[in-house]
Design a protein. Structure first.
Length: 158
């Protein structure tokens, strides 16, 4: 099994997008990329810890490639909005790929370049690609939140 970690806005919807991918064996939502040890949701929402809301994906590379997971990442958020997805604003909602190996870094950078050259976006992509940092699992009530509440996606106002 391998791990991949993505931040693309509110982690509830991001987790749901990856849970349905064949070859994904587990997901967990949490916080990564900040300087504050073992943050709570309230800490992260203060926009003072530097953490992003992320989903950590455990996957079977024999069934699904990291490249396929990158496709899910790109197609499920707007990578051109800095520190924002829909009505959610703050650094915790940034677009970020935390790579776990040199190969993941290469593939993430290549996929970013392909997306930037695609002409699909009117603004520049602001997605960060950085080495995996300590992952702090979010509180249990956040895990599989949409599935527990019978929802398929976040209902964003507006």
């Amino acid at each position: 099994m391998e791990k991949a970690t993505f931040g693309a806005g509110c982690f509830w919807g991001v987790e749901e997008a990856f849970r349905s991918v064949p070859g994904v064996v587990n997901t967990a939502v949490g916080y990564e990329g900040g300087s504050f040890p073992d943050p709570s949701y309230q800490d992260v929402c203060s926009d003072q810890t530097g953490h992003a809301e992320v989903v950590q994906v455990e996957f079977d590379p024999g069934r699904v490639s990291f490249r396929a997971l990158l496709k899910v990442f790109w197609e499920n958020h707007d990578p051109t909005t800095l520190n924002r997805q829909g009505p959610d604003v703050g650094t915790q909602y940034r677009s970020v790929i935390f790579f776990h190996s040199a190969e993941q870094e290469r593939e993430a950078l290549a996929s970013l370049q392909e997306r930037a050259a695609s002409g699909d976006y009117k603004r520049p992509i602001v997605t960060q690609i950085v080495a995996a940092a300590p992952f702090y699992r979010a509180e249990e009530y956040h895990q599989r939140y949409l599935a527990k509440s019978g929802q398929k996606h976040c209902h964003l106002p507006g």
